[in-house]
Design a protein around this ligand. Structure first.
Ligand code: XMP
Length: 316
């Protein structure tokens, strides 16, 4: 009979049979799918799983650190951590077009992963967090026409790996159940979706380090307060955006000219359409107060009221 315990045991057996004593490479972003694959393969093949975590500098606050803490320190995974923040931010300098930004981030990501893979000896397999909806491709077509998404998969011809995709039969909620079955922490398994280009598409226009810092700090405050209010368990996706213009304000009795922070919180079933979360005013006011006090160079906070359509979930 089909249950998650049996599924996990079967997949462990199948993976062992597929890879034997050979090595498997995995790009571990810290997203739900790649983390669950990592958890499963760790149980199946231990040290023969080689994880690479690429910190492109566009991660949320504490996110790369959490991946290293969980997988390397606690679960003792063979994890290579690469910090390529400067390389990414240099490449992105003065690039304002959203799709151009995506292309650079996606392309550079694959190049970094490829470089790391070439340094390793004797890797025969590439593990991927492919899930069932990725394969059937149904509802996702329109979303792809609006914005290009990226996943690892664009490696050069001469890097031929056999694929290991233990989640390919699962829907998203089953992937989460699988993660829990493997003993992964609840907050990791129920993590909200986070786009591949990360904060790069939430720091609007040409990315600068100080504006990126503002998005990251404001996002951390929003997440903390949503958690305090129990909204993290209710709202599908919530984040902050910092546009590339300033507005006039007052700070310490003097004129200020600083950025606004825009809060977005949406609910959706399939990301094709979305409605906004009607967050209670006192919660929004608390978040606003904290952002204005704690985030540098910000003098205004706005709430995005727009459903999808006509807006999209992200601003870029
Ligand atoms: P939009 O903004 O198109 O977003 O309404 C729908 C969902 O997709 C996520 N998203 C992305 N995910 N790479 C990704 O991996 C991307 O370039 C990208 N753009 C948007 C977005 O966060 C939302 O969950």
């Amino acid at each position: 009979n089909w249950n998650m315990t049996n599924f996990v045991n079967d997949q462990i057996e199948l993976v062992r049979r597929q890879v034997g004593n050979r090595k498997v490479l995995l790009a571990l972003s810290g997203g739900v799918d790649s983390s669950v694959v990592a958890g499963l393969l760790l149980k199946a093949i231990g040290d023969n799983l080689v994880c690479v975590h690429v910190n492109h500098g566009l991660m949320r606050k504490g996110e790369s650190e959490a991946v290293v803490e969980l997988f390397k320190n606690q679960l003792k995974a063979n994890l290579i951590y690469v910090d390529v923040t400067d390389r990414f931010l240099d490449k992105l300098e003065n690039v304002a077009d959203p799709e151009e930004k995506r292309k650079i981030i996606g392309g550079e990501f694959i190049r970094v992963f490829e470089e790391e893979a070439r340094k390793l000896e004797g890797i025969d397999f590439l593990a991927q967090g492919t899930i069932y909806p990725d394969i059937v491709e149904s509802g996702t077509k329109t979303a792809k026409m609006v914005k290009s998404h990226h996943n690892v998969g664009g490696l050069p011809e001469d890097m031929k790996f056999e694929l290991v995709e233990p989640l390919r039969q699962l829907f998203k909620d089953e992937v989460r159940a699988c993660g829990l079955e493997l003993g992964l922490p609840h907050e990791m398994v129920y993590r909200q979706p986070f786009p591949g280009p990360g904060l790069g598409v939430r720091c609007l226009g040409a990315i600068t380090r100080d504006r990126l810092e503002a998005v990251r700090e404001a996002d951390a405050i929003l997440r903390e307060e949503f958690q305090n209010a129990g909204l993290d368990k209710k709202v599908w996706q919530y984040f902050t955006v910092v546009p590339d213009f300033k507005s006039v304000g007052v700070r310490d009795n003097a004129r200020s000219f600083e950025w606004p922070v825009i809060i977005r919180a949406v609910n959706t079933v399939d990301a094709m359409t979305a409605t906004i979360e009607t967050v209670d005013w006192p919660i929004l006011m608390k978040i606003t107060d904290r952002i204005l006090k704690e985030v540098k160079n910000v003098n205004r906070v706005c709430y995005d009221m727009s459903p999808k359509p006509n807006a999209t979930i992200e601003w870029e």
